[in-house]
Write a protein that binds this ligand. Sequence first.
Ligand SMILES: Nc1ncnc2c1ncn2[C@@H]1O[C@H](COP(=O)(O)OP(=O)(O)OP(=O)(O)O)[C@@H](O)[C@H]1O
Length: 288
Amino acid sequence: MTAPAIAVSGLSVRYDGADRRALDEVAFEAVPGEILGILGPTGAGKSTLMQCLSGVIPRHEEDAAMRGDIEVFGRPLPDFAGLSEITESVGLVMQDPEVQLVNTMVREELVWGMENRGIPVPEIERRLRRACDLFDIGGLLDRFTHALSGGEKQRVVVASVFCLSPRIMLLDEPTSELDPAGTEGVMDAIRVLADEGVTVLVVEHKIEELAVHADRLLAMRRGRVEAIGTPRDVLMGSAAPDRPQVLDIALRLRERGHWDGEVPLSVPAAAATWQSMTNDPRSDRNRS
Ligand SMILES: Nc1ncnc2c1ncn2[C@@H]1O[C@H](COP(=O)(O)OP(=O)(O)OP(=O)(O)O)[C@@H](O)[C@H]1O
């Protein structure tokens, strides 16, 4: 059996003064090479979870009390020698790309982390070329980071984390400012990396994107894990985030030419069509 890339148990976080836990006994595992999509309404605890997994809480959030266990490839997070060692295995892309852009030029942004790690120049150049291909940022290298659009900033930040070659990537809404083509491009790149063994946890509000690209979904609400399983199981289950979203998914998939036949006009009809589509062994909807 494959050892999990991430194993979480009993993870709870309460921010100072909050009337409820931001995370409440969260437990799950993610295996190497898996894309685990994390969804849930605003305030469900998705970003807090990403920050815990990357070691940011509790080390830098003095007002957050955390308990529970997180293991990265079988090693407890507290055993790592601080954030610098954690980031060798775990790369975090935060919700707001502005927070992570620290250099003036895009090329510097991509290269400085690798230089700080002492990576040899030929390897830096190889990763830079790959990042440009995967995230379509070759034309941005000589641009000022402050002058990029929101979506361009997101692609540069994801690419710069990729350049550090982490075995686990935590992406907190990496496509929120991207158009459908840009979103598809980032999701395709994530699949390429997952196929190479990188474990990707991606928080997304675009449920239809997660349904199509993730191997499994984890649905959260009010700090708790409501469901975890295949996209079909989670979206069809009683813990589905919002049942009407199934209809929304059908409509959006049809817009992109991914929904065959009539669009169902009721939620039950949408659910039934979705089920038959995802049950169809010829369907590649869950692995594109
Ligand atoms: N630094 C903080 N201090 C106090 N409370 C916080 C802090 N960060 C988050 N919270 C609270 O913790 C809960 C979970 O927040 P979190 O940002 O993890 O949710 P989320 O699911 O990522 O939401 P969104 O989809 O809006 O990004 C919310 O009630 C939020 O107000």
